[in-house]
Design a protein around this ligand. Structure first.
Ligand code: NOJ
Length: 556
């Protein structure tokens, strides 16, 4: 059993392990670094670039899926949970990555996708072959169709990516058969988590990766595993990445109470290992109190704070979400987490360059409103310094340390996110934030790999964001992040507490330990807090004031 005293306090006190303070960097393996020049990033590519992450000053990496997969949803359709897709390397490459990360003082979190498998998984193939009523089909959610010929789906649920959440199968005799549920793509059949075989299988998968030395799991669609038993009609369209509104009844496919028992059991497995291995919930659940249930002391360690990611760039909205988030997680003794970008949303350097309050785009393409690039980056830098001064743990998404924008003019023919097709070309989807990142301005594929190949086309302006154009350059976004991470650590900002000094319509200011942090959202420049200016997201004006859309860190 774990004897480490820093594990989460089961008696309700605040947790104190490494993960309560960590800055965790998300690597999207397809797009981080390509070692073999095929245009798709891979594990050896990541291992070779770990030095960058150590230099940046993050504590851990989270790797999006690298398992064998037909890539119907960029690897979130897993065909084998215990191996590495040849696209990304071999199992030994994963072992090497984990070992080298550890040698550099970085923890490694892998992605676990328990809501659905790939339709190429041996279980699903067996389910198709075995037919209705078989134990093989009982691992998934198969139902007879409605109507005299069974040609209507069993209920009205919609897929998150668009279109119906049910697909009818053809039986081995060639006749139309039952329907199976897939809350995402047709290539992602939902598992039946009421089935003990499914539960046992995932306990074993957890152990497989824990034995290989991983420090934790980011749990995909953690709020989706259990469905309301009657699969009642819902009548609402699914919006990608939608959460539950406070006022609305809970949808029958999300955030069912029984899901928590699964995580309690997983937690017992993790706690039986040495060190502090963690579970992180990807759960689009609102309000914050409902999300906090996933991080009660005997469940997961962290949950992504998407309410924060979605909050408008205004002082009242930021104040409200920060306050609510801290209160909700305090209530269960868990650390609050903060995140501004990931592989599912428009990068914040572009998102914040759109009209405030203008809705949340699911991708941006040619013909859509284009973000104001300079404004977006200015606000993104201010938002980042605000975030990194907050108590708790923060998540960064690869490339944001370069100020990388969304690729907002990606040709539609190049798009690969199933959202684009499944939504009937109404939602452009997530490719724009997944474009391979630039390392060297003058190298082929901007240093992403040894050739020009890149699975999504990189725009020409990538050169100006390349790491080698920013490293050692005062005022660059990369150096801004590095300094912020160093100061955050030196001043123990992750531990807080946060004390508000100003929460008006124009300016937010708070004290965190020795630092006073001020963010100016108003139209006019304001005086900085009294003290020594340690860091700022942009220079002060000629009169020494903090301009609009700038955050400063001052030592009192
Ligand atoms: C959430 C992941 O972040 C997203 O990329 C994926 O498409 C869905 N879950 C389905 O696995």
């Amino acid at each position: 059993m774990n004897t480490d005293a820093t594990q989460q306090d089961q008696s309700g006190g605040p947790a104190t392990g490494w993960w309560t303070e960590a800055v965790i960097y998300q690597i999207y393996p397809r797009s981080f670094a390509d070692s073999d020049g095929d245009g798709i990033g891979d594990l050896p590519g990541i291992t070779a670039r770990l030095g960058h992450l150590a230099e940046l000053g993050v504590d851990a990496v989270w790797l999006s899926p690298f398992y064998p997969s037909p890539q119907a949803d960029a690897g979130y359709d897993v065909a084998d949970y215990r191996d590495v897709d040849p696209l990304f390397g071999r199992l030994e490459d994963a072992d090497k990555l984990i070992a080298e990360a550890r040698a550099k003082g970085l923890k490694v979190i892998v992605d676990l996708v328990p809501n659905h498998t790939s339709s190429a998984h041996t279980w699903f193939r067996a389910a198709l072959a075995a037919g209705p009523g078989s134990p093989e089909r009982a691992r998934y959610v198969f139902r007879d169709g409605l109507g005299p010929d069974g040609d209507q789906p069993p209920n009205d649920w919609q897929s998150v990516f668009g279109g119906p959440a049910w697909t009818r199968v053809t039986d081995p005799d060639g006749r139309p058969g039952q329907w199976y549920l897939h809350l995402f793509d047709t290539g992602q059949p939902d598992l039946n988590w009421d089935n003990p075989e499914v539960q046992t299988e995932f306990l074993d998968v957890l152990r497989f990766w824990l034995d290989r030395g991983v420090d934790g799991f980011r749990v995909d669609v953690a709020h989706g595993l259990i469905k309301q038993a009657d699969l009642a009609n819902w009548q609402e369209p699914q919006e990608i990445l939608s959460g539950n509104e406070v006022e609305k009844p809970r949808p029958p496919m999300w955030d069912q109470d029984a899901v928590h028992e699964i995580y309690r059991e997983w937690r017992r497995v993790l706690d039986s290992y040495d060190g502090e291995r963690i579970l992180v919930a990807e759960a689009w659940v609102e309000p914050a109190e409902r999300l906090a249930r996933y991080v009660r002391p005997d469940e997961m360690h962290q949950a992504f704070n998407f309410e924060y990611l979605l909050a408008s760039w205004t002082a009242p909205a930021q104040y409200a979400v920060i306050t609510r988030s801290l209160e909700a997680t305090d209530g269960v003794g868990a650390p609050t987490t903060w995140v501004l970008s990931n592989h599912d949303v428009v990068r914040h350097a572009s998102r914040l360059g759109l009209t405030i309050g203008g809705g949340r785009p699911n991708g941006i393409g040619i013909g859509d409103q284009q973000p104001e690039a300079a404004l977006g980056l200015r606000r993104a830098r201010a938002a980042t310094l605000l975030m990194l001064a907050l108590p708790g743990s923060a998540y960064l998404y690869q490339g944001e340390e370069l100020g990388l924008p969304e690729h907002t003019t990606l040709p539609d023919e190049a798009r690969q996110d199933p959202t684009w097709e499944r939504s009937g070309h109404t939602q452009r989807g997530r490719d724009g934030c997944r474009v391979p990142i630039p390392w060297e301005a003058d190298a082929p594929s901007y240093g992403f790999g040894p050739t020009d190949a890149s699975w999504l086309p990189q725009p020409p302006l990538w050169a100006e964001y390349a790491l080698d154009r920013q490293r050692g350059v005062a005022g660059s976004t990369y150096e801004m992040y590095r300094t912020a991470l160093r100061l955050r650590r030196e001043h123990g900002l992750a531990r807080g507490p946060l004390e508000w000094l100003s929460s008006g319509d124009e300016v937010l200011a708070f004290r965190n330990r020795a630092l006073t942090v001020l963010a100016n959202f108003g139209d006019t420049a304001v005086p900085p807090p009294v003290g020594e200016l340690l860091h700022s997201s942009a220079p002060l004006d000629a009169d020494g004031r903090v301009p609009t859309d700038v955050t400063v860190w001052v030592r009192a």
